[in-house]
Structures are given as structure tokens and as C-alpha cells.
Design a protein around this ligand. Sequence first.
Ligand code: SF4
Length: 227
Amino acid sequence: MSYSEEQFLQLSGLQHYQFCKRQWGLIHIELLWAENFLTASGNLLHSRVHKRDTEMRGGVLMSRGLRLHSYKLGLAGQADIVQFERSDSSNDKLTCDLPAFEGRWKPCPVEFKHGKPKISACDRIQLCAQAVCLEEMLEVQIDLGQIFYGKTRRREDVEFTEQLRDKTAALANEIHKVFDLGVVPKVTPGPKCKSCSLRELCLPKTTGIDKKVKQYIERILSDETDA
Ligand code: SF4
């Protein structure tokens, strides 16, 4: 399956969708946004690494804010950092040419997160989507990426396994299907709402009432039918 440019959705939506489908819908369908402390500190971190520039450090080329896209996933976005290591590898699949630089280079996407490593695969999926974009754009195979977590101040290696790639593609396809419906998913209140910057716009307690009323009416009707 391949998407056209007109169908591209934001790569960052993968993270929003996994956090809360409704939050993703409010941001990417309704085009709403609001900051809270967590998003503001995350944005501050990303504003530093999203400054578009390239520098060479000890034989490693660091490219910040590189624009990415994938027709296979139908996603477009921006990488925090892509590191290109000069390579003498005889495995051409893992290396690519870079305009203006001699030799072959091995790319590695690096994502910055202000929190700590999560049990869920959401951060790994976002990074894997970046790797798929780079693979398409540079005609290369990328086996490994890294996530830097602000709380632990450590980089974690992420292996782009077939399983992770399948999960990433399945999620991107699901998001496209929901986007095409054009309906913001319903409220699913939970502990996540406490840290959600869109809480005031979503009003999870108020909009969640509809569901409770519906359930109440359904129960009454079913009691009457049984009587
Ligand atoms: S307040 Fe809760 S249900 Fe509403 S968008 Fe945020 S996380 Fe989702």
C-alpha cells in the first residue's frame, strides 16, 4: 500500500493517537492545541534539537530537524537528530551516499524525550516510523535507532525488528482510516487525562456523561422489556 502526498498525516500523530485517540482527533482533525507544563517543556527540548543545521563531530555527521516523509506509511514530520556515521562497511544496504560529503554513511535516527523509558512501545513506534521514512528517502536499511530520555539522561538503543515495523505500519494505517472518517473519537477518561493539555477543550467528565446517560437509558429499557 502506498499513500499520495495529499494524504500525508503528521508523524507526531502516532504519539498522540497512542496516548489518547480523542486527543489525536482534537489535534489532527479539529486542529485544536493547548499547552500545559509537560507539552511546554517537551516543546522547549524539541525547539533546541529542531533547529535545522548540520555539524560534524568526531567523524559523525549530525543533522538536526531533518524533514521526513514516507509514502508507505503516509506520514511526514521532522527528526530530532539523524546521525550519519562514516562507514567502510562492505554491506551497501546499510549505508548511503550524502550530497556534498564523500564516502558512504550509516544513518541512525535519534529522538529526544523529556520523560523516562516507557513499558509501552509508543516511543519506539514513533522512532521506527522515522527510520522507515529515512529508508525510503535514502534507499538504505536502518537496523538501529536511539532514544535519549531526559529523566535518566541516557540513550536507549531501539532495534527496528519486523514486529516493530509491522506494528508501526498497522498503526499508521489505522490512523489514516480514522482520519478519513473525519469524526473525533469519543472520550475514554482515565489517569492520562490528568496530564493531558487538551483537558479543558475535551471536558472528559462532561462529554463522558453522554455515554453514561445512554447506558442508563439502555438499562431502563432492558429492565422494562424483561418485566
Ligand atoms: S482529557 Fe482525557 S479523554 Fe480527553 S483528550 Fe485528554 S486524555 Fe483524551
